[in-house]
Design a protein around this ligand. Structure first.
Ligand code: COA
Length: 342
């Protein structure tokens, strides 16, 4: 397979010595405004104690009205580009994973492309719920593997507060806003070792946004019925998330040709510390190898994995050669896991 890719790359005139894909830089952007559990106690019938013990969340970030997804995506991208020493003009592809685009169209990817002045890049969005970042990672890697790109900007960005019903205590305590970005580049040494994705649309109604699409366009009635907010059956989603993240992680570990004890850091989608704990135990990963920041950001959907990665980098938790396991699960249902050599 590799030799076939190399032959194709030779034909396309691409440097053939570099045959892997690496994460070359990371960045994040989160809005400054904090919504604490104490604030939520004043809005719905809940308690700090309930939220902490059931989810691990203490506070989350909420974007001010003038900030939208593309603003945070742009800021996170600038930081990731700087960390990777890449100029916007060198980006070949921009992929934004989001369920809260600025507009249904054009894509948030195009808005980021314009703000960056990344004239050479083509750009689009991926909608794969909270697994969106891993779907984007797989897609970005595929462009590099195929020889169509050398440098890909991947962003996970969300303004979930815009689709959160702050009258619904079962969901409003969970979500937050933010963005994380990574730059992918061709490399001589192994970087991304495996990415395994999955989907099951059978249970789509367990987690969805009822209105605003072609099924239920916006109307006075849809607004009155609060159909433009997230609907979720939390405990069912919880069960499926644990099962799917365990299975896809086992698959990704196997495909990367390593054993679970080789994992140095487990960076999961930050939805609920109990979900991460359950997956960790099933995979036999010691607690000190799990990165968590759900306490400070809540669930930021597509943004959660790249935000966590950037914080892990900044906190010095990753050394060259370390093995990272990523896992995520979200609406669709969609899920995925990846093994990356840092
Ligand atoms: C949402 C979630 C935290 C709820 O925790 P849970 O342990 O499953 O709790 P349940 O939904 O079974 O509810 C238990 C009780 O708490 C109540 N409750 C729900 N939200 C509450 C809140 N914010 N404050 C106080 N009580 C609350 C429920 O009404 C229920 O009361 P009842 O027993 O009288 O009916 C949890 O299911 C979860 O995190 N699910 C996954 C969500 C997710 O990650 N979604 C995004 C995709 S990755």
């Amino acid at each position: 397979m590799l030799s076939l890719i190399i032959s194709l790359q030779k034909l396309k005139g691409v440097s053939v010595a570099l045959s892997y894909v690496k994460i070359a830089g990371t960045g994040l952007s989160t809005p400054p405004r904090i919504l604490s559990n104490a604030d939520l106690e004043k809005m719905v019938d809940t308690s700090d104690e309930w939220i902490r013990t059931r989810t691990g969340i203490v506070e989350r970030r909420i974007a001010d009205p003038e900030i939208s997804t593309s603003d945070m995506a742009y800021e996170a991208s600038l930081k990731a580009l700087e960390a990777a020493s890449v100029e916007p003009k060198d980006i070949d592809v921009i992929i934004v994973a989001t369920v809260t685009p600025d507009h249904l169209f054009p894509s948030t990817g195009c808005l980021v492309q314009s703000r960056l002045g990344a004239k050479k890049a083509f750009a689009f969005d991926i909608l794969a719920g909270c697994a969106g970042f891993l779907y984007a990672l797989k897609t970005g890697k595929a462009f590099i593997d195929s020889g169509d790109a050398e440098t890909v900007l991947i962003v996970g960005a969300e303004t979930l507060s815009r689709i959160t019903d702050f009258q619904d205590r079962t969901t409003c305590i969970l979500f937050g806003d933010g963005a994380g970005a990574v730059v992918l580049r061709r490399s001589e040494t192994p970087g991304i070792l495996s990415i395994c994705l999955g989907a099951n649309g059978d249970n789509w109604e367990l987690l969805y946004l009822p209105a605003g699409g072609s099924r239920i366009p916006a109307s006075e009635e849809s607004v009155k019925k609060r159909l433009h907010f997230i609907r979720m059956k939390g405990s069912e989603v919880f069960r499926e998330a644990v099962k799917a993240m365990e299975a896809s992680s086992i698959e990704a570990i196997k495909k990367a040709n390593i054993t679970p004890d080789k994992i140095d850091l487990f960076i999961s989608h930050q939805a609920n510390y109990r979900i991460m704990e359950a997956v960790r135990k099933r995979l036999n990963i010691p607690p000190e190898k799990v990165f968590m920041n759900v306490d400070r950001y809540g669930n930021t959907s597509s943004a959660s994995v790249p935000i966590a990665l950037d914080e892990a980098v900044k906190e010095g938790k990753l050394r060259q050669g370390n093995i990272i396991l990523f896992a995520a699960f979200g609406a669709g249902f969609t899920w995925g896991s990846a093994v990356v050599r840092w």
